[in-house]
Design a protein around this ligand. Structure first.
Ligand code: SAH
Length: 349
């Protein structure tokens, strides 16, 4: 019999499934699940018989730590998480003055195939369930012993390509009986899945929507981001404007600075023109060169020229601090390294 994924269920769904049980049972179980237990036997205040029944019908998703790398330069910790079926994703725990932020994954691999990104190079394996997305936060919190106050959906995968599970995750993690994490402490990053951006706007969540733009025009964007063939920049920016107006929330545009590709002053001026009417903020990030890629990061000088051009055009902009540079803390890099290590060990044997 296929067992049911209990941790992906909302409190109301669990209440409905436990009809006939004492009314407090559902809440008891929900509390345990959201404290991060991975076995029904840890739910010590439930009758033994009920625990056995649960174990027959349900399973508890978990994200186990397969590898952990601690940066020597800052407090960044990179995790390689393994799920019940052996699939793996990455997560990164970062310290900022305002608290601990975890960057988590939403899919095993990714279909989007952005030219500069390590995740896309390994192809797509499967979507994560809401419980698997949540488990990454729980495992990191239990491992670090510190409360995680912020979440960014910026790890492996495209969150809006796993829309239902991601929405369910947002409901779970923000539920007051769960981690009770405010939506304002959550960022969701997308490469620009326009139809789902419109759907998300209607939810009026107070989360921050990050849009990975990385280019000022279609010519450049289509070269580095295949999704631009499906929805071009005009369509994407129209959706961004709609999203900002509908939710009252500023869009955060991500712009990876790639030497000689998208980092000229002309690019900055064109970008500023196109973003003029959108409530937004731009984050400039020097691109990380990933295995085999010919993309190099822009020089500091280019970066600052770009930044001041945007500022002069009235666009708010920050240059993103890079954390965990010594532990390959950017998207998809660790899993590739792990696979290479395993492959090398395999060769020796
Ligand atoms: N699929 C989502 C979220 C995952 S990627 C998205 O595209 O937004 C998280 C962020 O890291 C995105 O902005 C992505 O474009 C960026 N990114 C990926 N590889 C990078 C690299 N090598 N250097 C800099 N940024 C990178």
């Amino acid at each position: 019999m296929n067992r049911i994924d209990l941790k992906s269920m909302t409190l109301n769904e669990i209440k409905a499934a436990f009809a006939g049980q004492p009314a407090f049972r559902a809440l008891q179980v929900y509390h345990w699940l959201h404290r991060g237990v991975s076995d029904f036997d840890e739910m010590t205040d439930l009758p033994q018989s009920f625990r056995a029944r649960l174990a027959d019908e349900y399973y508890i998703a978990a994200a186990r730590i397969e590898r952990k790398y601690c940066s020597k330069l800052d407090d960044t910790v990179k995790y390689l998480f393994r799920f019940n079926d052996g699939e793996m994703v990455e997560g990164v725990l970062m310290s900022y003055h305002y608290g601990r932020t975890i960057c988590i994954s939403t899919q095993v691999g990714c279909k989007m195939n952005c030219a500069f990104c390590a995740t896309g190079k390994s192809g797509f394996s499967r979507n994560l369930t809401a419980s698997e997305i949540l488990s990454q936060v729980q495992t990191a919190q239990l491992d670090s012993g510190e409360r995680i106050s912020h979440i960014v959906l910026m790890g492996m995968g495209e969150p809006l390509d796993n829309y239902e599970a991601v929405l369910r995750f947002l409901d779970l993690v923000s539920s007051k009986e769960g981690m009770n994490l405010g939506m304002r402490h959550i960022s969701l990053s997308t490469c620009g899945i326009v139809d789902k951006m419109y759907d998300l706007a209607e939810k009026k969540y107070q989360l921050t929507l990050s849009v990975s733009l990385h280019a000022p025009n279609d010519l450049i964007r289509s070269r580095i981001m295949p999704v631009n063939h499906r929805w071009n920049m005009e369509e994407l920016l129209r959706a961004c404007r709609y999203y900002a107006e509908r939710t009252g929330r500023r869009i955060s545009f991500e712009y990876a600075m790639i030497e000689g590709v998208n980092d000229s002053v002309e690019c900055a001026a064109e970008l500023a023109r196109r973003l003029r009417k959108i409530l937004c903020h731009v984050n400039l990030i020097p691109v990380n060169t990933v295995g085999g890629s010919s993309f190099r990061k822009s020089s500091r000088e280019r970066l600052h020229q770009f930044e001041s051009t945007l500022l002069n055009h009235g666009i708010t902009v920050t240059v993103r601090r890079t954390l965990g540079a010594d532990i390959q803390a950017s998207c998809g890099q660790l899993k590739r390294r792990f696979k290479e290590e395993v492959a090398n060990v395999g060769n020796i044997q």
